[in-house]
Design a protein around this ligand. Structure first.
Ligand SMILES: *[C@@H]1O[C@H](CO)[C@@H](O)[C@H](O)[C@H]1NC(C)=O
Ligand SMILES: *[C@@H]1O[C@H](CO)[C@@H](O)[C@H](O)[C@H]1NC(C)=O
Ligand SMILES: *[C@@H]1O[C@H](CO)[C@@H](O)[C@H](O)[C@H]1NC(C)=O
Ligand SMILES: *[C@@H]1O[C@H](CO)[C@@H](O)[C@H](O)[C@H]1NC(C)=O
Ligand SMILES: *[C@@H]1O[C@H](CO)[C@@H](O)[C@H](O)[C@H]1NC(C)=O
Ligand SMILES: *[C@@H]1O[C@H](CO)[C@@H](O)[C@H](O)[C@H]1NC(C)=O
Length: 508
């Protein structure tokens, strides 16, 4: 029975990624980000409280970064909001620094160093969000640029005052990176972050269709390298990002958003399937990046207790994703090997959310799988009767009869039943299979194992022999033991739900 495992083993030997480097971002980064639960208003105390809980509860599962998201340098005063100019604090060199009223430990020019120290003492790594360019506050004050420069440069010499971020136009303007002063200013920013011992920078307004700037990304990437401090470089946003755009930048960054902001709606979640498929198909998952690999980023996980985009208050409501939708999100993020950044409040995290974030199979796939892809339904439908569909919505996908006569049925089926199938291989020889139901009703799916196994081995073959393979393993969300019958894998998928299998397969 098991003799044929050697064939499988042969393929594994050649497919395991061999690069095991010392640098960070060898696997998709994991952590917590303050944005989904605290918008821009998080305080020092709230941040450290959350960090402490991340260290206690999520760090054992690899969630190691705690990232304070945008506008930590903005004063919280009447009139201040996400779009208000004039409330930011900049130092004498025009660089954003934390407001001591929100970050008491930053008094006396200490910046975020005392926060980083506390985060490091918890065993975590410290991240900050930064905006592209220069604060209009610095431009107004015409602050000098720090650096050993041949001439004196000031903010107004380097600011491109008519060029601003598409989604936050009033508070920052772009910097001319081609000038000595512009480069020196950017370097001075990253020298400051390095002096604070920042480990992770999320740089916003440089990626996606509206704000893409290759020059800004390469300049910052170089500035990070020049500091000598390994800082993980993450770029955002990713509105209408495409693989071609990604190949221009991925060697300069560790992770890059490939969608706009993701919030807790099915609409947002569903929009990630096509883009995840396209980046996987373009071989961009884990492509060479800055100090290691680069990771297409599907954005934070908005589960648990949350706030709203742009709100001026912390968490006050529960995620609107259903249990099934949360599992679907975690499963897609696992199969697409996206960075995993939890967005919910750690102080009030619910058990269900915690269980989803720490699911062993999902995390293993996220960290250690390869060959990840959305699988096209190559083969024809074996049994497909409209009657059956109307009775109980059963579909039979992926069957293995002659494909040629069934193209129209496949197209129709995909149209009617938005079912997605992802596959990947594990380093222990596993076959990972994720079945997603994008519909509002439940769907029964039945896959022939020959499709799974041979797809996993990249063999394309059309055969009627469905009896060759058997698989056993687990389904991740039910924790059910799986032993296949009749050469097929069956699952009933709840509305917007999924099944995630970790299997070992062999010829019987
Ligand atoms: C600045 O001066 C140094 C040394 O005099 C010189 O090598 C460098 O080219 C100068 N840079 C610019 C931008 O003029
Ligand atoms: C940027 O700086 C370079 C070098 O000083 C200069 O040639 C160029 O005109 C500047 N670009 C803009 C848009 O001001
Ligand atoms: C759906 O219908 C098929 C046959 O028409 C039957 O074998 C199967 O058990 C049904 N499934 C459910 C969930 O009712
Ligand atoms: C079915 O689709 C395949 C792949 O797209 C194509 O090669 C084949 O010609 C199609 N068959 C028919 C009958 O249209
Ligand atoms: C079957 O699908 C229809 C839509 O075609 C849906 O209205 C119905 O609720 C589904 N039934 C079940 C049992 O899921
Ligand atoms: C599969 O079986 C069908 C009917 O049983 C037959 O018509 C078809 O030729 C077979 N295909 C292959 C590839 O053997």
């Amino acid at each position: 029975m098991l003799e044929n495992m050697t064939i499988v083993g042969f393929f594994i030997f050649f497919l395991i990624p061999l690069s095991v480097c010392q640098q960070h971002a060898d696997t998709p980064p994991r952590g917590w980000n303050s944005y989904d639960s605290y918008s821009w208003v998080i305080s020092e105390q709230e941040f450290l409280h959350n960090a402490n809980l991340v260290a206690q509860r999520l760090l054992p599962f690899g969630y190691e970064y705690v990232v304070v998201d945008f506008l930590w340098f903005r004063k919280m005063e009447p009139g201040a909001s996400v779009t208000s100019a004039g409330f930011d604090i900049v130092d004498e060199w025009g660089r954003p620094i934390p407001d001591p009223a929100r970050w008491p430990s930053s008094r006396d020019g200490q910046g975020l160093k005392p926060i980083a120290d506390q985060v490091h003492a918890m065993g975590l790594k410290f991240g900050i969000h930064v905006m592209r360019g220069i604060s209009t506050q610095a431009v107004k004050d015409n602050t000098p640029v720090l650096g050993n420069l041949n001439q004196t440069w000031r903010a107004r010499d380097i600011a491109l005052q008519d060029e601003a971020c598409s989604w936050m136009p009033h508070c920052f303007v772009h910097v001319n990176e081609s000038s000595e002063g512009g480069q020196a200013f950017i370097q001075s920013l990253y020298n400051l972050y390095a002096s604070w011992e920042v480990d992770f920078v999320k740089h916003d307004c440089v990626f996606g269709l509206d704000d893409f700037s290759l020059e800004e990304i390469t300049t910052v990437s170089q500035a990070i390298a020049t500091t000598g401090r390994p800082m993980l470089y993450s770029i955002s946003p990713g509105v209408q990002a495409n693989p071609r755009m990604a190949t221009l930048i991925n060697s300069f960054v560790n992770m890059y958003r490939v969608t706009g902001d993701d919030w807790d709606s099915w609409h947002d979640l569903q929009s990630h399937f096509d883009v995840a498929r396209d980046f996987a198909a373009a071989d961009l998952i884990g492509a060479p990046g800055l100090l290691g690999f680069s990771w297409p980023d599907l954005d934070m996980l908005p589960m648990g207790f949350l706030t709203d985009p742009g709100a001026a208050h912390g968490p006050n409501r529960w995620s609107r994703l259903s249990l099934q939708e949360k599992r679907t999100q975690m499963t897609l993020w696992a199969m697409a090997r996206s960075p995993l950044m939890f967005g919910g409040d750690m102080i009030s995290v619910d058990d269900t959310t915690f269980d989803i974030l720490t699911n062993k199979i999902a995390l293993e796939i996220n960290a250690n799988s390869y060959g990840n892809m959305e699988v096209q339904i190559l083969d024809a439908i074996q049994e497909y009767t409209p009657m059956k569909e109307l009775v109980n919505n059963t579909t039979m996908l992926f069957a293995v009869v002659d494909e040629l006569n069934h193209n129209r049925s496949i197209a129709e089926l995909r149209q009617r039943f938005h079912t997605r199938i992802w596959m990947a291989r594990g380093i222990g020889g596993e076959y990972y299979v994720a079945l997603f139901n994008l519909e509002k009703w439940s769907i029964d799916v039945s896959l022939p194992l020959i499709g799974i196994v041979e797809e996993g081995l990249q063999i394309r073959r059309v055969t009627n022999d469905t009896m060759d393979y058997q698989c056993q393993g687990k389904e991740a969300w039910s924790n059910r033991d799986i032993r296949t019958m009749n050469g097929r894998l069956h699952a009933t998928l709840a509305p917007h739900g999924c099944a995630l299998f970790s299997l070992h397969c062999y010829l019987s």
